[in-house]
Ligand binder design. Structure first.
Ligand code: HEM
Length: 232
């Protein structure tokens, strides 16, 4: 490791802090989405509250910044690891004990999660917060789009009453689970919450949170796909 720029540990810490903050967002987003099952009118009230208000916009910009930093350092660290392996990368390959497939493929899995996120933002954010912001900035926005800008349930019904969208979302959530299953434990390890005694427990806590987050999201998809009949 050269001493140009940030050390490896600092880079890992940056990945952990940005990743950890996004896990908090996911916990918040997933639990909020459950309201769409329990009380759909309540969900739309939350969407109204979180629309294009200044605090929601600050959160959106902050979230986008976290994601960009996480992505940039993911590439920097992966490139560094690739270079460090040198010739060895052609020689391998016995299976390393205790190293999961997900942990070796975090960059690729993360990119798949990102592609799914772009689709998701086109499905929801581009029809909700974005038109509201554009309208506030004085741009012309279609009235029907603006009228539905805080109607999250409308877009949930629209999206998940289409079977192939539901399948795409469930596949996306599977990759999110792979990413979080390794990612959450790594966050705790990188910020120093792990040692020999706690190693297994940290991995277990990471697995529980990964499953919890993904199941909360998936329950909304399954509920609106298979349980609630499509509404016009
Ligand atoms: C599958 C169930 C999900 C549903 C029903 C859902 C619903 C929504 C809705 C309604 C919005 C628009 C909020 C607005 O613009 O006012 C939104 C935005 C967003 N969603 Fe999701 N979401 C789901 C899963 C996910 C997942 C798995 C992720 C991340 C991996 C995610 C990340 C985001 C992000 C980053 C935004 C933009 C947030 C912002 O504007 O600050 N969502 N989602």
């Amino acid at each position: 490791m050269g001493n140009k720029g940030l050390s490896s540990i600092t880079k890992k810490l940056i990945m952990a802090i940005t990743g950890g903050a996004m896990v908090f967002f996911l916990l918040f987003h997933a639990s909020m989405n459950l309201v769409a099952i329990i009380k759909p009118e309540g969900y739309n009230k939350i969407c109204e509250f979180l629309g294009a208000n200044w605090y929601a916009l600050v959160a959106t910009v902050g979230l986008a910044a976290l994601m960009v930093v996480h992505l940039v350092y993911a590439f920097i660290l992966s490139l560094q690891n690739y270079r460090a392996r040198g010739k060895q990368r052609y020689a391998v390959v016995e299976k390393q004990e205790g190293v999961s497939w997900a942990s070796k493929n975090m960059l690729v899995i993360g990119m798949i999660v990102l592609v799914g996120l772009v689709v998701h933002l086109i499905n929801f954010w581009a029809k909700m917060q974005l038109p509201e912001v554009l309208h506030k900035l004085g741009f012309e926005v279609n009235k029907a789009v603006l009228d539905n800008a805080t109607n999250g349930v409308h877009y949930i019904v629209n999206t998940f009453s289409c079977w192939w969208y539901s399948v795409i979302y469930l596949v996306w959530l599977f990759f999110l689970w792979l990413h979080l299953d390794h990612g959450i434990a790594s966050v705790m390890q990188s910020i120093g919450w792990s040692n020999h005694v706690w190693q297994k427990r940290i991995e277990c806590i990471g697995k529980i949170f990964a499953i919890l987050i993904v199941l909360m999201f998936a329950s909304v998809v399954i509920y609106y796909w298979l349980i609630v009949p499509p509404v016009a």
